[in-house]
Design a binder for this molecule. Structure first.
Ligand code: SF4
Length: 375
């Protein structure tokens, strides 16, 4: 049965949800190897042989957050030990250092801090985060603020999502992370992140962002309490969103990033329920391959997370349908505080050497996957 499904995918057709679930439920090593090979051939056809990377820096401007997602070890209450909130000078210092180190992108996400306001406006605070960097470095691409942050600003300032997104675009946001998606299934969300926006609101904000001309990425937090049906349901929702964007002539989602769950510092009940603290590589790789097969016609760029899988795991994922190894990040707090083993910073040379170990060419890209430097 999987031969017919894989043949259908190789002929260029989209798989149904049921077909995707069949692939994900395979346990036989020969069947899994066939899925890997198909994903690798589709990667070659849809994205080419070159493995790309981006030189970027993460800035997590605060970890003070009003929410309590069950998997989050990053958040703090105001005044709690370990709570921080970067001032403008500190943010500019980090951006300046990033530019010195060749960054083309700053990625900014943070906790939902209700006291972070300027003239009683949350939007003005977020705009100043962007403006602080753009005023000094107008050429830097600002990839910032998740759909959850958009909803937070809209709620705080009594604005529509479109008003918030337009305001962020005006300040200089060039693209937005498709994070806070976790798994787009409300049953999962009720347990994992009950205070977060529901699946329908996430989709509404992402589609509004696309309509306003701002591309997003797409992500999935995998390997916790979700079922294969919920995983494929999530991929199907991403595919529909991208189909709508493409049919309207928009960029939509620039890439898909699988984020396997790291639960080392998660609360005990969730850890017990999940049963492992670090990602199970074999599960992450099978899902990586199926995501390529399921989404690749619509989202050709697929990226593993070296922060969560470690660099060796991320390199292995390049054989399971991925064509990009992500960014240098320069610093990373959210997953590292959750107990991830991958580290917080990657030098360009390390990324290049890792890609080279597969005997594939590499190239630096910008956030929108335009190639900058060829090997
Ligand atoms: S995942 Fe984000 S929204 Fe949830 S608690 Fe952590 S910082 Fe807050």
């Amino acid at each position: 049965m999987i031969d017919a499904i894989l043949e259908k995918a190789e002929s260029g057709f989209d798989l149904s949800v049921d077909e995707g679930v069949v692939l994900l439920k395979q346990t036989d090593s020969d069947a899994i190897e066939k899925i890997r090979q198909t994903s690798d051939r589709l990667r070659q056809k849809q994205a080419g042989e070159t493995v790309t990377y981006v030189v970027n820096r993460n800035i997590n401007y605060t970890n003070i957050c009003e929410q309590h997602c069950s998997f989050c070890a990053f958040r703090r209450d105001e005044g709690e030990e370990g709570a921080y909130w970067l001032d403008w000078a500190h943010i500019l210092e980090k951006a300046t250092d990033a530019v010195k180190r060749g960054a083309t992108e700053i990625c900014m996400q943070g906790g939902l801090n209700p006291t972070a306001k300027i003239q009683d406006s949350s939007l003005k605070y977020y705009q100043k985060l962007v403006d602080t960097i753009k005023a000094e470095f107008p050429e830097l691409h600002i990839h910032a603020f998740s759909p959850q942050e958009v909803q937070f600003i809209a709620r705080e300032d009594h604005l529509t999502f479109a008003d918030v997104i337009a305001g962020l675009r005006e300040a200089g946001v060039d693209s937005m992370p498709g994070t806070a998606a976790e798994v787009l299934d409300n049953q999962v969300r009720k347990i994992l992140c009950p205070e977060k926006i529901d699946a329908e609101t996430w989709i509404e904000i992402v589609q509004t962002t696309h309509r306003l001309g701002i591309p997003t990425t797409s992500t999935m937090l995998s390997g916790h309490i979700e079922t294969p049906e919920q995983q494929i349901g999530h991929l199907a929702k991403l595919r529909s969103i991208q189909q709508v964007a493409k049919q309207s002539g928009l960029i939509g989602m620039t890439e898909f990033i699988l984020l396997p769950f790291v639960g080392q510092e998660a609360p005990k009940p969730l850890r017990r329920r999940v049963g492992h603290d670090q990602p199970i590589l074999a599960d992450a790789l099978l899902l990586t391959a199926v995501a390529r097969i399921f989404l690749g016609n619509w989202i050709p760029n697929h990226q593993p997370s070296w922060v969560k899988l470690g660099l060796a795991g991320a390199v292995e994922a390049l054989r399971w349908g991925c064509n990009d190894i992500g960014g240098t990040l320069m610093e990373e707090h959210i997953t590292t505080m959750a107990g991830a083993i991958g580290g917080t910073c990657m030098e360009v040379q390390d990324l290049q050497a890792a890609i080279g170990s597969l005997d594939r060419p590499y190239a630096q890209r910008d956030t929108l996957y335009r190639l900058l430097v060829c090997a």
